[in-house]
Design a protein around this ligand. Structure first.
Ligand code: ACO
Length: 214
């Protein structure tokens, strides 16, 4: 998380209309007239998701640089361009303020959806934008019907994100020491939402406990 950015834009900009101006400035480097935004009614604000394309991929890169403490390489962005519904930009009043990027993981004998990044610019948090992106992902896996689980890594001190995911039924299933190389703390939790129980030797994981209890 960029401390300078947070300090500059966070507590003073409680009004989403002013926040819109602040972030447009941050992302696109435009000088803004507050006057233009002060007259726009808050009720008109709306969130929409849009595709990632070669035309807006730089906005995704810039957003990820601001939101996440780790950087992503060219292959990440090349793959994102091929990801279809698994990569989306979030627009708030037509301005890019968030993004989600996922990929399909077929390791460990399962088909899982891995959320690589899901983030929203600081002034736009707690407005339901993260939920909108995660609901898109949850709808995707539900419609596909062939995923075992959804998972992601999160830094152990990222309590806000952990609370956010728990609200959607994710659980901490593992903690990996020294998962991150260049940021502190280096440990990561694996958060997972199980969609269908794993079958081991013909026994569903969830059923094992019931049998032992008898
Ligand atoms: N503290 C406690 N609970 C929270 C927090 C928080 N900081 N943020 C969200 N929640 C919970 C609340 O229950 C909230 O409902 P409420 O506002 O009615 O109380 C609910 O989640 C939904 O919140 P949203 O407004 O939909 O979430 P938001 O748009 O703020 O996005 C996110 C949440 C994505 C975690 C945001 O804080 C963010 O971008 N953080 C920086 C990037 C990041 O850490 N991403 C996640 C980890 S990395 C990864 O996902 C792979």
């Amino acid at each position: 998380m960029d401390a300078g950015y947070r300090q500059k834009y966070s507590p003073r900009y409680r009004d989403p209309v002013l926040q819109t101006g602040a972030c447009l400035f941050a992302i696109q480097g435009h000088q803004l007239s507050h006057q233009k935004f002060l007259h726009r009614p808050v009720e008109m604000s709306k969130t929409e998701l849009g595709d990632v394309t070669p035309h807006n991929i730089k906005q995704l890169k810039r957003l990820n640089e601001v939101v996440f403490p780790v950087s992503y390489n060219d292959k990440f962005y090349k793959d994102v361009l091929e990801a279809g519904e698994l990569a989306k930009l979030a627009y708030y009043n037509d301005i890019v303020v968030g993004a989600v990027c996922c990929r399909i993981d077929t390791s460990e004998n399962s088909r899982r959806l891995y959320i690589m990044t899901l983030g929203c610019l600081y002034p736009y948090r707690r407005l339901g934008i993260g939920s909108k992106m995660l609901e898109h992902v949850l709808n995707y896996v539900q419609q596909d019907g062939n995923f075992d689980s959804i998972f992601l890594h999160v830094q152990v001190n990222n309590e806000g994100a952990i609370d956010f995911y728990k609200k959607f039924g994710f659980e901490i299933v593992e903690t990996k020491e020294h998962y991150y190389k260049r940021i502190e703390p280096t440990d990561a939790h694996v958060l997972q939402k199980t969609l269908r129980p794993k079958i081991t030797n013909g026994v569903k994981n969830g059923d094992e406990k019931k049998d032992n209890e008898k």
